[in-house]
Design a protein around this ligand. Structure first.
Ligand code: 7RM
Length: 423
């Protein structure tokens, strides 16, 4: 509490009430007035303050909310995101509220008091739209079907996914066991810097496709670019995902450092916004985000996407989740280090690891087999469910001391457990 700067809510609210006018008059803003600054952790270096402005941000969150989820007046929207994540800003607050929707806010974790928490909330409040992250889906999958049994989820019309690529197994579980195969799954790709969704199917308007964000929203012009900055035309191709033309919600600047904004997003490729994500476009023109491009490994000259290996490992029925990082390897240049969370008790670790190798070998090929597999009880994640690869990379590289800033971790104690189990 600093005198002259801070004041108590309970004192201030009394003043409003004694004036007999509980309404706060709206303040008129300029379209380009700063609306908020949200810091992105950034995998390296110091966090950037992403600046969004009033009109563009609100237009984009409203437009995407109404169209992607096909929101109908009267529906209850339940976005499970943390309010401090851009997803909470855009799809708990601004998008739904600007559309007059009922936005259900939840404080807590999906597994307390038990793993049926989401399903109880949906039943109790007759939720129409559920918007959550693959990390939550996978963690709830790990509890089996018991927590869902007897829960009435029939109010659900649309399911959404956000934050990371959703693997096929999680997609099907979500579609079948939560949506009763009746609800479209919108896989929404976007970033803090974009304000709202840029690539997604539209519920019941355009088809969904497991693990594909599918098509750009009207007005969005994605393109794939190769290492040399050449635009890759045609289908059945992959490259770095860029956006050719601005949209209302595009990042305006990084707070107090406009140069950094230009440098990070607008200089890698000329006249384009660079997302930092790798992406493939299939034969029908659907987009599939494969993960951050700085998450690509070079193993004996082969480019291997960490997401690809993770997807393969996750196909093992006893695997809940995994994270792949590279580490310096004398012969291969980079070796593959896998952190794996398994379901239930693992009695024979060696056998489990052997099976994981076989799965990867079968799905991708022997080149992608992890050199080291460490079974872990959990992965270091931010509150928004993003794996902090920077930490895992440092551990895999043998760093025992400074792991950098770990203050945004959901469970910092995990780091020591993982460090102690290093191979
Ligand atoms: C909304 C949000 C952005 C990064 C982004 C991607 C990844 C987000 C998806 C996804 C695959 C998706 N903002 N990402 N959504 N990857 N499919 N549907 O997460 O600024 O916190 O993160 O998240 O790598 O660049 S964020």
């Amino acid at each position: 509490m600093k005198d002259g700067r801070d004041c108590w809510w309970e004192d201030e609210i009394k003043k409003v009430e004694t004036q007999g006018n509980p309404l706060c008059p709206a303040e008129e803003m300029d379209a380009e007035d700063v609306l908020f600054i949200l810091y992105t952790s950034g995998s390296t270096g110091k966090p950037k303050g992403v600046v969004h402005t009033t009109a563009g941000y609100m237009v984009w969150t409203n437009y995407t909310f109404v169209n992607v989820f096909q929101y109908q007046p009267g529906q209850v929207h339940f976005c499970t995101a943390d309010i401090g994540w851009i997803t909470g800003h855009s799809y708990i607050m601004y998008g739904p509220l600007s559309a007059g929707a009922t936005s259900l806010m939840f404080e807590g974790v999906p597994t307390w008091p038990d793993a049926g928490r989401f399903w109880d909330i949906i039943e109790k409040h007759k939720v129409d739209i559920l918007y959550t992250a693959p990390t939550a889906i996978r963690s709830l999958m790990g509890f089996g079907l018991d927590p869902i049994k007897g829960k009435d989820l029939s109010s659900l019309k649309v399911l959404g996914s956000v934050g990371e690529p959703i693997n096929e197994e999680a997609w099907h579980w979500y579609h079948e066991h939560i949506g009763n195969k009746n609800c479209p799954v919108v896989d929404t790709w976007w970033q803090t810097e974009t304000s709202g969704i840029l690539i997604s199917n539209l519920a019941d308007v355009t088809p969904h496709k497991p693990s594909f964000a599918t098509l750009p929203l009207p007005g969005v012009q994605p393109c794939l670019v190769d290492e040399q900055g050449k635009v890759i035309e045609g289908n059945n191709v992959s490259g770095n995902l860029c956006i050719k033309f601005p949209w209302p919600g595009i990042i305006r600047t990084t707070y107090n450092d406009h140069e950094r904004c230009k440098q990070t997003y607008f200089s890698t490729y000329q006249n384009m916004y660079f997302t930092g994500d790798g992406c493939l476009r299939d034969e029908e023109g659907n987009y599939r985000i494969t993960g951050r491009v700085d998450d690509v490994l070079n193993v004996s000259g082969h480019r291997i996407g960490t997401a690809e290996v993770e997807n393969a490992i996750n196909e093992h029925p006893q695997v809940i989740e995994s994270a792949i990082v590279g580490y310096p390897h004398d012969i291969k240049g980079q070796g593959i280090y896998a952190y794996v969370i398994c379901e239930g008790e693992i009695t024979d670790e060696a056998k489990m690891k052997q099976e994981i190798m076989q799965v990867v070998s079968k799905i991708i090929g022997p080149i992608a087999k992890p050199d080291k597999i460490q079974i872990v009880p959990g992965l270091p994640k931010t509150r928004s469910g993003k794996i902090m690869r920077r930490i895992l990379r440092k551990i895999a590289e043998g760093e025992t001391g400074n792991l950098g800033d770990t203050s945004t971790l959901l469970d910092p104690s995990l780091v020591d457990i993982i460090k102690n189990g290093k191979l």
